[in-house]
Ligand binder design. Structure first.
Ligand SMILES: Nc1nc2c(c(=O)[nH]1)N[C@H]1C(S)=C(S)[C@@H](COP(=O)(O)OP(=O)(O)OC[C@H]3O[C@@H](n4cnc5c(N)ncnc54)[C@H](O)[C@@H]3O)O[C@H]1N2
Ligand code: MOO
Length: 401
């Protein structure tokens, strides 16, 4: 039985990021950048108007009202080289370039146009309502660094500076095995003694959200031969995750199957709950995680151990999330001898993050993950957890309620 931190060290030491590839920006969501991105242009690329109105050359002491001759019109997408001098204005629209000579924009609502003369009821000060060139991004800015996990705002930012090809790490390929002779797939009536396989569905979604390609082997019987066959089917995967058959029972064969498959076994059992009976093996470049079959336990150990491993494999610069302090909104009577991770909702009140525990904390209770944002880290041999107590916790993905 080893500590989580020791297990993580052992696992992370065995992982190198996957190879890189070039992809188009349209395919970049949930990929990890394998290059620093330096902007070749400024954004905006020119000084522009944030309003529909009139651009002109203001001074500090313009009379009220101010009357100007309208000498040009600049819709967005065009530009005008006509220099605006004192007494002149250009009719301008949101997003259009400020013409040379002008030093401000007054909004349409404060003006009245008669023929080619505009009367400005409330003149503005020099510099008003101009978005300067490079206000958001300067040419040469490092926008994003290698190891950055690309999600929509970052992809939009890359589009904003005109990037259409980029170097990323290829998606990690993950094979997913649900083992258990009691399992049936959804879509059929349930036989006596059987249950539906939920782990495949939970973990497939978690893996997809983490940017992985997933190959699912839905149900593997608790027999060495079946397990070895299933392992052969995922020979292209970088990482193989199995659930079930991880403990001490006669049919808990996963770690034996892995050893027989030729894995070098790194450890068996983590000193934490839920999900104690985890083992990890390595064969060549492939890493094998055997997780508990209990649905909540599988999710928790995925968060604590597998997710950091996948992050490093995917090329991300920060494999692990830091813990932070929370205040307990509920009590928990029996944490036990082992370190324990409690599922809880984060509630912000009076400047504090309160951890509101899920009502049931059993290893098999998948419902407790719904609406949980936190895993509260209760140390080994901790007595009962009291209301108001301060403990450390880590964020997990936001499983909305
Ligand atoms: N004598 C002992 N028994 C057990 C121990 C122990 O130390 N001594 N440890 C317990 C702990 S802790 C856990 S956790 C479980 C782990 O069991 P396994 O990983 O071997 O998992 P299974 O027995 O195969 O399954 C556990 C539970 O989860 C259900 N299950 C399995 N796969 C799925 C799936 N894909 N979808 C939904 N539900 C699944 C399975 O039917 C069982 O009810 O062992 C304890 N036993
Ligand atoms: O380790 Mo197990 O605590 O029941 O999930």
């Amino acid at each position: 039985m080893i500590e989580l931190e020791e297990a993580l060290e052992l696992v992370l030491a065995r992982i190198q990021p996957v190879e890189t590839e070039y992809i188009s920006l349209a395919d970049a969501n949930r990929h990890v950048l394998a290059q620093d991105v330096i902007s070749q242009i400024a954004m905006p690329p020119f000084a522009r108007s944030p309003l529909d109105g009139y651009a002109y050359l203001a001074i500090d002491v313009d009379p009220r009202p101010l009357q100007l001759n309208v000498v040009s019109e600049i819709p967005a997408g065009t530009f005008s080289e006509r220099v605006i001098t004192r007494g002149e204005a250009a009719k301008i629209f949101t997003g259009a370039p400020i013409p040379p000579g002008a030093n401000c924009v007054v909004r349409m609502e404060d003006t009245e146009l008669m023929g080619d003369k505009v009367t400005i009821s409330r003149p503005v000060l020099p510099g008003s309502n101009i978005v300067h060139k490079g206000e958001e991004i300067q040419e040469g800015d490092i926008l994003l660094k290698r190891g950055f996990y690309l999600t929509p705002p970052a992809i939009g930012l890359l589009a904003a500076v005109g990037i259409n090809q980029l170097k990323v790490y290829r998606r990690p390929r993950v094979g997913l095995l649900s083992t258990g002779s009691e399992l049936m797939d959804v879509g059929q009536p349930l036989y006596l003694g059987k249950i539906y396989n939920s782990n495949s569905y939970t973990l497939r979604g978690m893996l997809q959200e983490a940017g992985c390609e997933v190959l699912v082997i839905p149900i593997v019987y608790d027999q060495i031969e079946d397990t070895l066959d299933a392992l052969e089917k995922v020979s292209e995967a970088d990482v193989i995750i199995s659930t079930g058959g991880a403990s001490v029972g006669d049919y808990d064969i996963m770690r034996h199957a892995l050893a027989q498959f030729g894995c070098d076994m790194l450890f068996w059992k983590l000193n934490l709950k839920p999900g104690t009976p985890v083992s990890v093996g390595q064969k060549g470049k492939q890493l094998f995680f055997s997780l508990s079959g209990n649905p909540a336990a599988a999710m928790v150990t995925f968060e604590l151990l597998v997710r950091p491993a996948l992050r490093k494999l995917a090329g991300r610069s920060t494999p692990e999330e830091a813990e932070f302090q929370v205040k307990m909104a509920g009590c928990f009577g029996r944490p036990g001898k082992q370190r324990r991770f409690l599922r809880a909702q984060a509630v912000f009140k009076d400047g504090v993050i309160w951890a509101d525990l899920a009502p049931a904390q059993g290893s098999g209770i998948l419902r407790s993950m719904i609406g949980s944002h936190l895993l509260v880290d209760v140390p080994a041999n901790h007595g009962p957890v009291e209301v108001g107590e301060l403990l450390m916790a880590r964020w997990i993905a936001d499983w909305e309620s």
